[in-house]
Ligand binder design. Structure first.
Ligand code: TXA
Ligand code: MG
Length: 357
């Protein structure tokens, strides 16, 4: 099945196209659509057959639950059994937007959608195309990121077509997404609200509103025995074909260290640089991810750059580290996952040099 592709923008919605997309979802089909974070692969969240189709299309393990997308607050009451006051406050502050919250699941949400869990993840996206689609589909759209399992999440419709173009009914092309990293996930099923996946809405932003907020231990500790609570965070993810290593330290030292590594490796090395540093790498295939002065551009282009390197003949990629003030936590979470947690210190790389001499 070749997906039909329709195009529109936030400002000029094709309501006829959205209506047809909604009908496909109501009949149990699959439609990929833009959201403000990444493109999603939508199916009717209350139809177990649609959820099974989503897993099959992505090649995703069926114990990895889906997020249910809604387009108004009233819809939340029907699919969860309890909404803590703190969750209501977050909803008032950040919904519609890049925040997913986890609640105890109501009976009407099939186990196929929640990967067998008694909780359900819910998000109210701010993208207007997404909102209209959810309404046209009856109010509840299960949507994981619209990539093949293990590949970087799609930030352009072309990425969706590349991965899933032959296995789904329709792709809505709404142009490049705004944020580029998946939503922040906050779990409300325990005593303390807990971040299971960092995103645009940072821990500090949540703490400012709620006070105490925990970070899932599985995210902080790279111990194989401590599993992240969001099943999806345990899988190798976003991994490019080439071996990726992150280099951290002072900016000037990082540049010098990557130059040295590229010198040693020869031409088949890829470098993830920024607008501020790209000119400083004479060797290797250099891709500019964005500007440190505008950290949101780094988030926007991370997955695109990883996908682009899959098309290049590089065997190794070195990336600068991006501990930027607001989104650094989320960017580094995804970058380190892509690197299989391989990170080295620039000073170490440079020190070797002097020992060698
Ligand atoms: O920004 C986003 O959230 C995008 C767009 C399309 O909305 N969606 C997305 O979905 O990233 P997905 O399926 O790629 O990631 C969902 C994550 C997975 O890590 C999954 O394990 C976790 O959410 N998750 C879903 N339901 C959960 C639950 N009940 N308990 C714990 N983790 C859950
Ligand atoms: Mg995903």
């Amino acid at each position: 099945m070749k997906a039909e592709i329709i195009s529109m923008t936030q400002d000029r919605l094709d309501m006829e196209g959205i209506k047809r997309a909604g009908e496909i979802l109501m009949r149990g089909g699959l439609v990929a659509f833009p959201t403000e974070t990444v493109y999603g692969l939508g199916g009717n969240a209350l139809d177990p057959r649609a959820s099974k189709k989503i897993y099959a299309a992505k090649g995703r393990p069926s114990d990895n639950p889906l997020i249910v997308h809604i387009a108004d607050m009233e819809s939340l009451d029907r699919i969860v059994t309890e909404i803590p006051d703190q969750a209501r406050v977050l909803a008032e502050t950040f919904w519609p937007g890049p925040l997913t919250m986890i609640f105890p699941r109501a009976e009407c949400v099939p186990m196929e959608t929640t990967g067998g869990l008694d909780s359900v993840a819910v998000r109210f996206p701010s993208d207007r195309i997404a909102q209209e689609l959810i309404r046209a589909a009856g109010g509840y759209v299960a949507a994981p990121s619209a990539n093949t399992s293990g590949r970087p999440s799609p930030t352009l419709a072309a990425h969706v077509a590349e991965d899933l173009g032959d296995g789904i009914d329709m792709i809505i092309d709404g142009g490049p997404v705004g944020i580029g990293l998946e939503s922040t996930i906050v779990d409300f099923t325990g005593k303390i609200p807990t971040v299971l996946r960092p995103g645009y809405i940072s821990l500090e932003m949540l703490q400012e509103i709620l006070g105490e907020v925990a970070m899932d231990r599985g995210l902080l500790i790279t111990d194989k025995n401590i599993r992240p609570k969001a099943p999806g965070m345990k899988y190798r993810h976003y991994a490019p074909k080439a071996e990726l290593t992150v280099v951290e330290g002072e900016e000037a030292e990082v540049v010098m260290a990557i130059r040295k590594l590229a010198e040693e490796e020869g031409d088949e090395v890829g470098i993830i640089a920024t607008a501020e540093t790209r000119e400083q790498y004479p060797k290797g295939i250099v891709k500019c991810i964005g500007s440190r002065a505008h950290e949101e551009t780094i988030a926007q282009h991370l997955y695109e750059v990883l996908r682009e390197f899959d098309e290049c003949r590089v065997t190794r990629i070195y990336s600068e580290a991006f501990y930027t003030p607001k989104m650094g936590q989320a960017i580094m979470n995804r970058l380190l996952k892509a690197a299989g947690h391989k990170i080295i210190k620039a000073q170490e790389v440079l020190k070797h040099d002097s020992i060698g001499m």
